[in-house]
Structures are given as C-alpha cells and as structure tokens.
Design a protein around this ligand. Sequence first.
Ligand code: SF4
Ligand code: SF4
Length: 343
Amino acid sequence: MNIKIPLPASGGLLLSYKCTAACRHCMYACSAKWKADWISEEDLVNILSQLAGKILPSPYGPDNIGLSHGLHFTGGEPFLNFELLCNALEIASGFDIPSVFVETNCFWCTNDETTREKLLTLRGKGLKGIMISVNPFYLEYVPFERTERAVRIGTELFGYNAIVYQVEYYRRFKALGIQDKVSFDKYLQLENRTDFARNTEFFIMGRAPYRLTEELADLYPRYPAGSLVHMPCSPPFLRDWHNHFDNYGNFIPGFCGGITLGDCRELNDLLKNGIDLEEYPVLAYLIQDDMLGLLQFTVDRGYMVNGDGYYSKCHLCVDLRKHLNAVDGFKELKPDGFYSNLA
Ligand code: SF4
Ligand code: SF4
C-alpha cells in the first residue's frame, strides 16, 4: 500500500541536535553530547527551496508569526552556530518563505548589548519573530535573568512576534521571584507539586518518560500497554502543520522525534511518490494507527512489556521504537542519536 504525505504548511528546521541543555522533557533528545553535525548550506538550499511555496504565512500575514504557522529554525540550540543561523535566514528570505522565526533557550543572552545586536542582525536578514522557551526544565540550564532579557529585548524589537512558550511558566517564575538556574527538585519545592502542569501544555514523549517522571512518578499514573494501544495519536501522526526537518535530511512527522517519513532533501519526490508501507513496517503501523500491531511486532523481536505500565501512548511508542532501533536498523527510525540520547 502506498500512502501520500500531506503537503507541509508549517514546520521547524533543526540546524542540529546539539544543545547547551539536556532538558528532561526534550522531544528530540537533544543535548551537548550530540556531535556538531550542523546542516550543510547545500542541504539548507535543497530543503528550503522545496518548502518555498508550501509553507503558509501566519493568518496575520507573512511578517507575523504563529507557533503553528510559517517556518522556524530550531534544534538543538540554533544560536550555538550564529553564522549558520544567519545564512539559513538569508536563504529562507531569498525563497520568500513567510513568517520565519527562531526558537531559543536564551543561553546566549548574557548582556543587553549582545542580545540586541544579535537580534537586530537576524531581523536584518529576514527574521520576523522569536520564540522564547520557558519552563522548569530549561530553568535547570539557563539563568532566568537571560530569559527575562530575551523577553524584554525581543518584545522591544519584535512586538507581538516575540512569543513566550509557555507564558504561564514565565508568569509563575516572576511571581516566585526566580533568579539564576534552579534545579527541577528545587523548583518542585517552590511550586505546588500537584500544580506543576496546571494551565500548561506538557507532552510525555521523547525523553520525558525516561528523565522526568522519577520526581513526578506519584503524580502521573502509569497505564498497562493494552489500555493505550487503541487510543488515536493526538494530534494525528500525518498532518500538514508543524512537522520538522532535521540536519540529516529526516522529515519528522509532527513532534515524533526518532521517526522519519523520508528524505526531506528530496521533498518534492517524497510528496509525489508517497510512502510504500511494504518497505517501512514501523511506519506502516504508525500511519495506520495500529499500536497493537506495533507492540506485537516488537514483542516478536524480543521486547519485554513493562509490567509497571507506561505514562502515555507516546511513552509506549518510543519504548517500542527504542527496542527496534537497538535490535534492527529500521530505515524509518532515525537518527540513531535520538535513541542513544533519550536517558
Ligand atoms: S528542549 Fe530545547 S533547550 Fe532543551 S534540550 Fe531540547 S532543544 Fe535543548
Ligand atoms: S504515539 Fe508515537 S506516533 Fe503517535 S504521536 Fe506519540 S510518538 Fe508520535
């Protein structure tokens, strides 16, 4: 059976998986341990030229941004390679890609002058906005003063196109008088534990099930595999919005780190030809939302079901894929570094 991939209307391009942080919730298992395999300029041109004309602008126009509109440069931490980020913006502008913004953990916002200078440089190269990441996991790695600086100067330069994700955590950090970095354990003492995820978005996928829940195990129930397998993926596995493209040429569906739909350097061919499910058994199960089938397929290859259960369907999914990636080189389970950097 052959399945067509929806035309990507928005998304993020990972310049690399290398990061200054190793957040417990990272969907793409990024960290400082990754090799600095920055995307090449040739691949940038290839991918961006094929995204041009497909990426749709924010409903407020191409000079404005939205989390699920336009294109964002991300990682890993894109400001680790400022020169490459500048080049990427110039190339995207050359192809008229609308609503382009950058996502950052703000590690580089050490003083006002540098922060303003870098953002002005990027604005001159076509940057329309900035997404500033804020939650207790970043706080373990980035002093809050740097985040506050990025919000202040980002707002000064980009107005409403400086987005704080998530603003509820920013509000709470201010109310708690947070300064410097704060360990997650310490944060849970400052915050009301049971309120930890109140009014915020929190996906237990990627690294989160392996690194986060030690401290929160009492708050998050686990479910037997059998009770998760019939739940649909939410949002859907194949969709046109907020997909990702990485520095190895992987077309990552949505937020599902460690999976590739094919080579985004050959995006037009991929969209035209679709995916031959015979060739990609893991993708076949995921595209058909058949988690029971994937579970059985993985058990047949030596997987032992966790008797303690799983925090979410995505936890079960990533655990099955981790096992499959270790026992066999499934082409659709890429990059390998995702699986080796989960814990
Ligand atoms: S969540 Fe962001 S800042 Fe944290 S490790 Fe992942 S890419 Fe880096
Ligand atoms: S269950 Fe797997 S395929 Fe579905 S959304 Fe979660 S990580 Fe993605």
